[in-house]
Design a protein around this ligand. Sequence first.
Ligand code: G3P
Ligand code: MG
Length: 413
Amino acid sequence: MRTSSLSFSSRAFSPLPRCRACRPGFFRPLQPQKRSFQRDSKQAIPDFAFAFDIDGVLVRSAKPILHASMTLQFLQRNSIPFILLTNGGGKLESERVKDLSEKLSLSLDTSMFVQSHTPFAEMVHGEENLRDKCILVVGGEGGRCRDVAEKYGFTNVVTPGDIYAAHPEISPFSGPFKDYYRSFARPLPKPINPSSPKDSLKIDAVFVYNDARDWGLDLQVIMDVMLSHQGIMGTVSSKNGDTSLPNSGFLQDGQPRLYFSNPDLLWAADYHLSRLGQGGFCAAVGGLWQALTSSKNHPTPRLYMKVIGKPYRLTYQFAEKQLIRHRDELFHEKAPPLKKVYMVGDNPESDIKGANSYVSPHKVEWVSLLTRTGVYQDREGHRPNHEPRAIVDDVKAAVQYALKDSNWHESLE
Ligand code: G3P
Ligand code: MG
């Protein structure tokens, strides 16, 4: 996947105009909830900090991983700053933080937390000025991702469930989900009205906030939008397949942009083997696009999409800014410059690759540490695709490694 010179990674290759939201440093973290944190002023201030991945390092789905709680409690007792940096999402930052605080018996707050779709909050007022535009938000439980998008400031949010509740014929095999959709669907701002496109529902941007629950409906709706005339539901662009146009006429007719928040093909859940993540859904979107648009008359047209999340630079840049802000708050701006961040993750394709490739504008060295508690598992004669500084058993071993590497005076037993 090519990472464009901008922050978003362009899976596609279109000379799409650069959106302001892509500009590095554009994103400002959500306003953190203030945290009461008393530090013993005699304690030395560390010039290092941590970024912890969540799934596969701290928890497996709902269950804390051994040593995770005691390790982070040690860091808080020693005023060693850390943030949680996850490709997960699907609920408000404040909700997830509360949930993790209870699970790990810690006092966490949103100033030390970055999840997959957090950066989308800044697109409300980005170049496209999407605040009042009609956005399709895909993924997550029920209407929870709509709640997140509205909390970010989007005012006109539609979900595939809303579309199905109004037009069940759009997805012939989603009948078993009927009651589920009825439980959270809202009336559409406009119906799908193919006979009068100007009165039909028009989608101005598509965001995949979290993993799809009904791939059938979600894939169908995304394809409908990307093949439509200007994002107008119920229409098909007359330019599709016109080989006299760039990209054989596909996506040349004002169709909306498609954003994904998490590229993880696999992630570590409760099951002992890694499970398909949002990157799997994205691959299904790409495969369907290819099947629907390929023809003997032209090469497979490209599907333009923007992907954020680890391993991409935007996410690490956003996380570093959040960590520096959190650290300054912790030490009341009296801290020496941050020199090193230990990124502790379980997935070489996201956590390790991202930390290894990130070039900090603050000259902070990011050191990747790979645990054996999630996606990565030792295999005879195999090394991870992205080489970490060290491979360790778990998050406790990762912190022990880092404390030694940074000559910290306290040890973690
Ligand atoms: O959906 C969550 C999964 O993609 C992995 O999350 O916390 O390991 O980045 P995390
Ligand atoms: Mg993980």
